[in-house]
Design a protein around this ligand. Structure first.
Ligand SMILES: Cc1ncc(COP(=O)(O)O)c(C=O)c1O
Length: 487
């Protein structure tokens, strides 16, 4: 058979990626090589990073085209650039899909990432709750109508607002008011943590903090908390102190879209404003969104550009529209349920093999393991598992004695392995690979003979056995099986 015949027999996905790489190869062959190598690398590892996933070929392909070339500052129909007819259609479709998928009255799909979505939300809230009343009091329509001294007063008022969010060691995120992030420099912040006994949220404590601190914004949402959050209760707390409830569902938006989190666990009906990434459990392109059902907020969110964003990425908005369309399917609902079932199976598998689970289990897509139960730090466990072909990330656990760098935990997530078709039975095997590796790791000592928090010893035999078992699982559940040839 000739090379041409071979190409004709390929799947459309193989052809699309193969021919795309042929074109890239003509400009910078090293990048074509790295793209091929990345797929091989991902195909050889068990990916348990809770914030990652595998987007469909349709989502990936929607990103690589001439929509990337277009500037479109503004919103559909109100652009600062000409020639936006089809960007308008793309953005409108992505918004319609997002509203339909999440049951929201309003969607903004321009944020380039989760951090941007949160920035848009914070500034929309400041614009709604601080700037708009100030302008009204000063008989002004626009900030440019204010005198310099009035503007200075308003600027100071922006910097004088309070927020509360979940503490980092309890599973919160840096963008929820922590000092290394702009949110912590902008707001005066206090954190709510978890109950030391249950390691779960204590709504009474959150209420007490809100009563005492009187925040403008209460942020709910997490990146490493293995339980559901009751958003109806969080809204009651916000209402009782006249605060705004902002939910960052970056991690679990796939479970909301897939109707696993409903009623009080679905943030959309309860929060004033909801943000998310689109690339984690939602299985879309890297990006962010903002949703709201609150009358009067949409106009403020729409000003994300120029407030904190430049031109939107039209190619990414196209891929978001594709991902949202996919997430509306019944298949996606089954996927989301399987993500949660798999997390539970993984948690049970680890617990029965001696691993201590933070909060004693999971109700979402992630499992937090206290690896002190294997005599290790999070750093040692993460590195040892990487050598064994299992990709996880180290993570603080509540009240972590090892701090945020070495940590005492590892965070495991099931969205990616579920995307490639793994089942609860497979999760038991994954749990066994993880636990048999961690049980065999010995912490090493530093040059001065003290116990090291980073170094460890893992035998080649254990390593290669783990790799073989992972390879078998991955062979049975291949990544992008429709992509058979890239050369
Ligand atoms: C809860 C939460 N919010 C926001 C973000 C930021 O998302 P991005 O990395 O897309 O900026 C993350 C990312 O890990 C997250 O977990």
């Amino acid at each position: 058979m000739s090379g041409n015949d071979d190409a004709q027999n390929l799947s459309p996905e193989s052809k699309a990626f193969k021919f795309g790489l042929d074109v890239i190869n003509q400009s910078e062959p090293q990048i074509a090589d790295y793209i091929r190598a990345e797929l091989e690398n991902q195909r050889s590892q068990l990916k348990l990073i809770a914030s990652e996933n595998y987007a469909s070929p349709a989502v990936l392909l929607a990103m690589g085209n001439w929509f990337s070339d277009k500037y479109a500052e503004g919103t559909p129909g109100h652009r600062f650039y000409a020639g936006c007819e089809f960007v308008d259609k793309v953005e409108t479709l992505a918004c319609e899909h997002a509203k339909d998928l999440f049951g929201a009255n309003y969607a903004y799909v321009q944020p380039h990432s989760g951090i941007d979505a949160n920035l848009v939300a914070f500034w929309a809230l400041l614009s709604h709750r601080v700037e708009a009343p100030f302008l009204k009091n000063h008989d002004a329509k626009h900030v440019n109508d204010l005198h310099d001294d009035e503007w200075e007063t308003l600027r100071k008022a922006f910097g004088n607002q309070r927020m509360i969010g979940m503490s980092l060691d309890a599973g919160g995120h840096l963008t929820h008011g922590f000092r290394p992030n702009i949110s912590g420099k902008l707001f005066s912040q206090r954190s709510y943590g978890v109950n030391p006994e249950t390691e779960q949220l204590d709504y009474g404590n959150i209420q007490a903090l809100a009563n005492e601190f009187r925040p403008l914004i209460i942020v709910a949402g997490y990146s490493a908390y293995p339980r559901k959050v009751n958003f109806a209760k969080m809204r009651e707390i916000a209402d009782s102190v006249d605060a705004v409830l902002m939910v960052d569902m970056a991690h679990f938006s796939g479970l909301v879209a897939g109707k696993v989190f409903t009623e009080e666990y679905d943030p959309i009906p309860h929060a004033h404003i909801v943000t998310s990434t689109t690339h984690k459990s939602l299985r879309g392109p890297r990006g962010g969104i903002v949703l709201s059902n609150e009358p009067g907020l949409a106009d403020h969110i729409d000003k994300g550009c120029p407030m904190v964003l430049g031109g939107p990425l039209a190619n990414i908005m196209a891929a978001k529209a594709v991902a949202f369309a996919e997430a509306k399917s019944l298949d996606f609902q089954s996927y989301a349920q399987q993500v949660v079932d798999n997390a539970r199976a993984l948690a049970e598998g680890i617990e029965k093999r001696g691993g201590r689970l933070v909060t004693g289990g999971t109700e979402n897509h992630l499992v937090l393991v206290d690896v002190r139960s294997f005599g290790l730090t999070g750093r040692q466990a993460e590195s040892a598992l990487e050598e064994a072909g299992v990709i996880v990330n180290r993570n603080s656990i509540p009240f972590d004695p090892n701090g945020a760098w070495y940590t005492s935990g590892i965070r495991l997530g099931t969205p990616a392995l579920t995307s490639i078709g793994m089942s609860c039975e497979d999760m038991d095997e994954v749990a066994d690979i993880i636990c048999s590796t961690l049980t065999s790791v010995d912490p090493a000592t530093t040059a001065s003979g003290d116990p090291s928090k980073a170094k460890f010893i893992l035998s080649d035999v254990v390593q290669s056995s783990a790799r073989e078992r992972s390879a078998k699982l991955l062979q049975e559940n291949p990544l992008y099986p429709e992509v058979t040839s890239l050369i």
